[in-house]
Design a protein. Structure first.
Length: 342
């Protein structure tokens, strides 16, 4: 009599491979910071330079993050992005008089409330401007990079001239709130209070963008629309509307960056955005087009290199960003964190 064998157990499917985290760029940045210590020679100076660079990097990241979203996710080369930085900064000056009490208060809460109010106003204005800008200048140039470059540079000049008409040609003043003036001194190390605020705001923006793009339905739709627009539209979603939303968000981030940069500078002209446009473009390119993580890493790298080189070799300060870009692209032509690996 044949013995019936039990049926073979169902094969357990192998787990899907997880996305590999790439820690190499982060390790490189940490190594770069560590390498600077023996070159600088003084621990307090090294800490001060490093914290200053991190704050500058956060502000550059905020300004460049809007550009990388539009550039990488929408394939739009918006060289007029610098105009939104300027509009954000100029909008902030309109609130100096209404918020005079908060700006002059020594209470930290009042100072942070003043900065928050200015940020909200500037982001609202630049978001509205971004919506109009997309309809007037960007929409007719979709799919044509050369046309985009010419049209957006022209649009930047138009916006800057309108700002000059409204505000005049004199330097603008945006005083820091009294509560975040000065430095916190620990031993021989002095750290400016405002730099700590900039680091905090930059960290919030980075976490919010990362969660939005990777953990929400709208983030999934944005990334799917980039990969296969026809398929997303076939599912009933309006990709055009989603992309307009991305452009508006990118413009609002430029306004936020403009406020942070203007507070840092305290005195500025309409060229406040154009002065950092080249750095923003370098950050977007070395980070990987459309990659928020890459934009963050690129901004940190550029700011650290700029601060360290300015201290050690002042003659090379102007070309430090170009040298970093060359080195990164020779190592990783697609950028630190290409968006398809993100």
């Amino acid at each position: 009599m044949a013995v019936l064998e039990p049926p073979p157990a169902a094969a357990v499917p192998e787990p899907l491979p997880g996305r590999q985290r790439d820690w190499l760029p982060a390790a490189m940045i940490v190594g770069f910071i560590a390498l600077a210590l023996p070159l600088i020679g003084s621990v307090p100076t090294w800490i001060t330079l490093t914290v200053a660079a991190l704050a500058m990097g956060m502000m550059l990241f905020i300004m460049a993050s809007g550009l990388t979203l539009v550039f990488g996710l929408m394939d739009v080369m918006n060289l007029g992005h610098a105009a939104f930085v300027a509009v954000g900064a100029y909008t902030a000056t309109l609130l100096v008089a209404p918020l005079k009490g908060l700006l002059a208060s020594p209470a930290v809460g009042a100072g942070l409330a003043a900065i928050a109010a200015v940020i909200v106003a500037a982001m609202a204005v630049t978001a509205a401007l971004g919506w109009a800008y997309e309809r007037l200048f960007v929409r007719p140039a979709y799919g044509d990079h050369l046309k985009q470059i010419l049209v957006t540079i022209g649009a930047m000049i138009i916006i800057e001239q309108l700002v000059l008409v409204l505000f005049g040609v004199n330097q603008m003043l945006l005083p820091l709130p009294e509560a975040v003036r000065g430095s916190i001194v620990i031993g021989e190390v002095g750290v400016e209070r405002y730099r700590l605020v900039a680091v905090g705001v930059g960290a919030v923006v980075f976490v919010a963008l990362t969660l939005l793009l990777n953990r929400t339905r709208i983030g999934l739709l944005i990334r799917a629309g980039v990969e296969n627009r026809a398929m997303v539209e076939a599912l009933g979603y309006r990709v055009r509307g989603i992309f307009v939303g991305v452009f508006v968000a990118g413009s609002a981030l430029a306004g936020l960056g403009g406020v942070m940069w203007a507070f840092y500078r305290e005195q500025f002209t309409v060229a406040i955005g154009a002065e950092v446009l080249v750095q923003m473009l370098i950050i977007v390119v070395i980070g990987g087009l459309g990659s928020v993580t890459g934009c963050f890493a690129g901004a940190m790298l550029i700011a650290l290199a700029s601060n360290y080189v300015s201290f050690l070799l002042p003659d090379l300060a102007l070309v430090s960003s170009i040298l970093v870009m060359t080195g990164v692209l020779l190592w990783r032509p697609q950028g630190l964190y290409p968006v398809n690996h993100h």
